[in-house]
Design a protein around this ligand. Sequence first.
Ligand code: 9D3
Length: 425
Amino acid sequence: MLNFTVVTLFPQMFESPLGHSILKKAQDKGLISIRLVDPRDFTTDRHHVTDDYPYGGGQGMVMKPEPLVSAIEDIRAQNPAARVVLLSPQGAVFTQETATELAQEEGLVLVCGRYEGVDERVKLFVDEELSVGDFTLSGGEPAAMVVIDAVTRLIPGVLGNEKSAADESFSNGLLEYPQYTRPEEFRGMKVPEVLLSGDHERIRQWRREASVRLTMDRRPDLLAKAKLTLEERAKASGIKAPIYVALLHHPVYDKNGQVVTTAVTNMDIHDIARSGRTYGIHGFYVVTPVKALQKLARKIIDHWEQGYGSQYNVTRKEALALVRIKDTLDDVLIDIEQECGEKPLLVVTSARPGGNRTSFADLRDMLLKVSQPFLLILGTGWGLTEAIFSRSDYTLEAIEGSTDYNHLSVRSAAAIVFDRLLGGQ
Ligand code: 9D3
């Protein structure tokens, strides 16, 4: 039994919504109760005044603290376990998760504001503030009804069994699949054949796929929290283009603007491989013409792939399987062309400002549309040479931090670029 108490200047507003359908049945079955309390009954002045002008001036009226707080204290005294919620545009946004949490309570007190808001000091007498979304209502009453409805549906016994199972499918964090009923053909539009097939496994698969696709199209923000399989996640990311990364040790500039070859480092190989594996990068090229450094790189990889490390840490092995060592950028391009059947588009990254830059958002869009492979080129030392820039198809915008200091390591920059281009929001 969940006892709702609504504190409102307009108790009559609740009569009809509570008097019909599910909410009426839930009350009749004794699964919930709803008490309406009017703060006007807690005024002590002759005119029962509940609002007043705002200090500091401004539009409209503000609800006075005394009647609301007296009402809250009176309710708390009778029902000490109750959770007291103020409906307010400044509250945390009410979600299905909040509803699930509130449905576990024994008592909920919903305090509705009117006018332009309530005196700030009332907020010290409630447990939390909830909003129902980013739009302006005339008062907390419709929001309280929303909360009562969403919470009541989750109380065992309120819905039939089949229906509560259907609600579970919403709590998987996806939008619901399309529904059809008779007739089989309406104004030339047929019901999808699979739904008439009677093949429950195919129907389940079709619905699941439709849910994922619809969520991807309309509410990609939901996908971050949704429970998806790895395959579904890959599909949902919508990225068709295979993405490769090359870490260039030559040709790059040194401090003095000379073209040099930098040393291969253990940490760059490990960390970019692990980030790359995490974000679904197809291959990670370590490019150096120096044979001794290639040998070093190979030794690092072999240790984890075949040596002691492969037993010691199998996930590291999985990441390092992405690493390929090449002499030059041209060798990388040949390798990708052999694997994909076409040349990759070249994307260079640079911390240096200027030039005609492509934003992360634009490149992300391109990855969704194009199926041609992409090669992200990362420089070492003091950055990629002009020769590499002039060969590239796109120059990605520089990563902006939040200060004027901008000295990311190449492996940190790689992780940030992967997340901005490929991350689930
Ligand atoms: C003048 C600035 N307004 C804030 C955006 C003041 C104001 C507008 C509307 C103060 C209160 C209200 C009434 N709204 C609610 O009480 C309310 C609400 C809402 O307006 N939107 C979403 N959720 C909620 S919960 C309570």
